[in-house]
Design a protein around this ligand. Structure first.
Ligand SMILES: Nc1nc2c(ncn2[C@@H]2O[C@H](COP(=O)(O)OP(=O)(O)OP(=O)(O)O)[C@@H](O)[C@H]2O)c(=O)[nH]1
Ligand SMILES: [Mg+2]
Length: 730
């Protein structure tokens, strides 16, 4: 039997034994060595040869990942191993580190109970280190720490043993500080990592060694020996003394919880149904003999099977023929197949019991975050992505006969990756794709060309702006085309705290459901009365109905919501999305005859009122910003700072350490999407290393706004002059 089949057999045998299961994610800043570390675990399971671990980068199996030497998607792999004489299985997720693919990390955190946080101590704690750790904490996934590339401290930085120890201890303190800050209440202290407890390991995934409490105890290894062997460059002896798989697995087995330990505290965090109901109890107890409940956290397209969903089974036993409701919907669908992932391959198995991660085939129209349940249960909390699309490109099939193929490909890609958006510009008919950054879109273009075989042309990148207001106005009137119905609205900025709560997912978009939703709005700073009146939340905008006793308001509410949704998706200034606005309906007269108050009357009426309100208040554009952390030799500092300032950058911090400078600057995305990288590389002779991450939206300088608005309008086939409020008021 091939090794892989043997591993599958081992895994399926073990899947019912909760104590011996670990669901683990590997997370880190880009390139800190997650995939290299994954290799060492796969080598232990016999899936790859020990001699090539750290080189083959098995979970980077897509062509595009090999070409670019980076991970761009999460890879799932289940394998068995023996530790201290007992058999275990790990359902492992190797996540990408680049910020453009951060959505994969967010989604994966739903599936796992613990993480290995990988940190390269030469670079230290980088922006993504903090972001991914925070996401793990939010889903109550417990961390252990792996310092990778420790060889660099010794051979590149040539640190003495004392300096090495000092640097590592300082980093451990900083990470524990972050754990304390971000851990769910009651877990800060418990989840701190420590060398003495054995939840920290130091090593090199590339050179296949690591030292930890376990290695010190079982092999009598010391740091001194590690230093001596590194100095002698005796890698073989080092690997023999400090086996990396043993060090890593010991942390995973000893410190990360098994599913039966984790589910009792994770379920209340991610599922808000009744914990005392039969399904609630089943999930709290990881009961594999109860009804089956699953959360889908990934969708993949497969040549043979089509749409394959990847999910975590929280209770029951998922098998062929199980009938599922999707996210609380009435109708049921039959599961056709379950399987486990082994990196690129999906292997069909008979059943997947509670506490494991599995692949599901045959349930149609699933989206990431959906709940599959045998009973109709309250769906799991939405999976909230933190970043927002900031760059758009227009995209066209070179041959118009490929247009249908292009649309289908985009549909699949946006399903797989909910952080990618694809839209059609109704005026110009062009397809627009929006993503987290340039790399994100570049990967999509490559996939369209290479995987879907659609030759395409694309535009230059375009920035995604928002429209918002800074003062309250109203009541402003909007009339229906037949003039029989009128709506009066106030528009005002939505309080900061409320916007933040929507960003963070504590307030959910859509129609607020129940007292919990109202309390969340109040806690975020919305007055109690307003919170009770909110009818809809879209694009970080709210519609509240403050009217009392106005006839027929309830009858037309669904239409008002549709009109509001349309208005905020397509703002009046530049037809960009409106963000951060509270629209309150304060009065209305509505025609008594339903024939005269259909969609053709009500939608334009409420839209006109909202547009007139926004324009009267003075709509402003907000532009996306990114924080850049740029590391350069000291000599280039003043040139780089002037360059950043010439691009409207704001220098936030400058740190110096042994001839290197690290500059933190907040940059407008508009200034960095064209030629910025080449310029920065050129002026530093290729010595600059930088990372960027989303830093939110900020108001554009007034002197630039006018020009930008005209450019956007022109591009969208609109008259260049933005409309006046009166145009919507007559
Ligand atoms: N010196 C040294 N280099 C390492 C070590 N581990 C990994 N690398 C190198 O670091 C680079 C990134 O390694 P990966 O394992 O791909 O890192 P990653 O975190 O998976 O990267 P992304 O998934 O793209 O974020 C590769 O060139 C590796 O060879 C190590 O222990 N020492
Ligand atoms: Mg990787």
């Amino acid at each position: 039997m091939a090794r892989k089949e043997y591993v599958v057999e081992e895994v399926t045998k073990m899947m019912r034994d909760h104590k011996h299961i670990r669901n683990v994610g590997i997370i880190a800043h880009v390139h800190h060595g997650k995939t290299s570390l994954t290799d060492s675990l796969l080598a232990r399971a016999g899936l790859i040869a020990k001699s090539v671990a750290g080189d083959v980068l098995y979970t980077n199996y897509e062509e595009i990942e090999k070409d670019r030497r980076m991970t761009i998607k999460s890879a799932y792999i289940s394998f068995g191993f023996n530790y201290k004489g007992e058999d275990y299985i790990i359902n492992l997720i190797d996540t990408p580190g680049h910020v453009d693919f951060g959505g994969h990390v967010t989604r994966s955190m739903r599936a796992i109970d613990g993480v290995i946080l990988v940190v390269d101590p030469t670079e230290g704690i980088m922006p993504q280190t903090e972001t991914v750790l925070r996401q793990a904490m939010k889903e109550k996934a417990k961390p252990v720490l792996f310092f990778n590339k420790v060889d660099r401290l010794l051979t590149e930085l040539r640190l003495t043993p004392e300096q090495t120890q000092e640097r590592l201890l300082k980093l451990i303190n900083e990470i524990n500080q972050m754990i304390e800050n971000y851990a769910p209440e009651g877990y800060g202290e418990k989840w701190k990592v420590s060398v003495e407890k054995g939840s920290v390991a130091f090593g090199s995934a590339l050179r296949r060694w690591a030292i930890s409490k376990r290695i010190m105890e079982t092999k009598n290894a010391t740091f001194k020996q590690v230093f001596d062997l590194t100095a002698k460059n005796d890698l073989e002896a080092l690997q023999e003394l400090c086996p990396i798989d043993e060090a890593t697995l010991a942390m995973v087995v000893e410190h990360l919880p098994n599913p039966a330990e984790a589910q009792p505290y994770r379920i209340p965090q991610i599922w808000h149904g009744d914990l005392n109901s039969p399904d609630g109890k089943a999930m709290m107890n990881t009961d594999m003999n109860a009804k089956t409940n699953v959360v889908i956290f990934g969708i993949k397209y497969d040549q043979q099977a089509g749409e394959v969903a990847v999910g975590r089974v929280f209770s029951g036993n998922a098998k062929k023929g199980t009938e599922f409701h999707v996210s609380g919907k009435q109708d049921v669908q039959k599961l056709q197949q379950v399987g486990i992932y082994m990196g690129p391959d999906r292997i069909i198995v008979d059943a997947i019991p509670a506490g494991n991660i599995a692949a599901f085939v045959g349930i149609k129209n699933l989206s990431v975050g959906d709940t599959l349940s045998e009973d109709m249960i309250e769906p799991f909390e939405q999976i909230k992505h933190y970043s927002q699309p900031v760059v758009t490109k227009a995209i066209e099939a070179k041959d118009s006969r490929d247009t249908t193929k292009l649309i289908e490909a985009l549909r699949m890609l946006t399903k797989e990756d909910p952080t990618l958006r694809a839209e059609i510009n109704q005026e110009t008919g062009e397809h627009l794709i929006s993503g987290m950054g340039e790399l994100h879109l570049e990967i999509v273009e490559t996939k369209l060309r290479d995987d879907f075989k659609v030759p395409i042309t694309t535009s230059e990148p375009i920035v995604v702006y928002h429209e918002t207001i800074e003062r309250k106005v109203g009541p402003i009137e909007g009339k229906s085309p037949n003039r029989h119905s009128r709506f009066f609205v106030n528009v005002e900025p939505l309080p900061e705290g409320v916007q933040k709560a929507i960003d963070e997912g504590t307030i959910r978009e859509g129609k607020p459901k129940g007292q919990v939703a109202i309390e969340a709005m109040i806690a975020a700073g919305l007055p109690r009365q307003t919170a009770k009146e909110v009818e809809e939340i879209t694009n970080k905008c709210m519609l509240a109905d403050t009217t009392k006793g106005v006839q027929y308001v309830n009858e037309v509410m669904e239409l008002l919501i549709d009109g509001f949704d349309e208005a905020v998706k397509d703002g009046p200034l530049a037809r960009e999305k409106v963000s951060g606005v509270l629209v309150s309906l304060v009065d209305a007269t509505i025609h008594e005859d339903p024939v005269h108050r259909g969609p053709a009357q009500i939608l334009p009426a409420i839209k006109r009122a909202i547009y007139a309100g926004l324009l009267t208040s003075g709509v402003v554009l907000e532009e996306p910003k990114q924080n850049f952390t740029i590391s350069i030799p000291l000599d280039y500092m003043s040139d780089v700072i002037s360059f950043l300032q010439s691009k409207r950058g704001q220098i936030v911090n400058i740190e110096q350490e042994s001839g290197q400078v690290s500059i933190l600057a907040k940059m407008p995305v508009a200034e960095v999407i064209k030629g910025f990288s080449n310029d920065l590389r050129g002026m530093t002779q290729g010595k600059a290393i930088w990372y960027q991450e989303f830093a939110g939206y900020e108001r554009m300088p007034t002197e630039l706004q006018n020009k930008v608005v005209r450019e956007i309008r022109k591009r969208k086939g609109q008259p260049e002059e933005p409309p006046k409020p009166e145009q919507f008021m007559d």
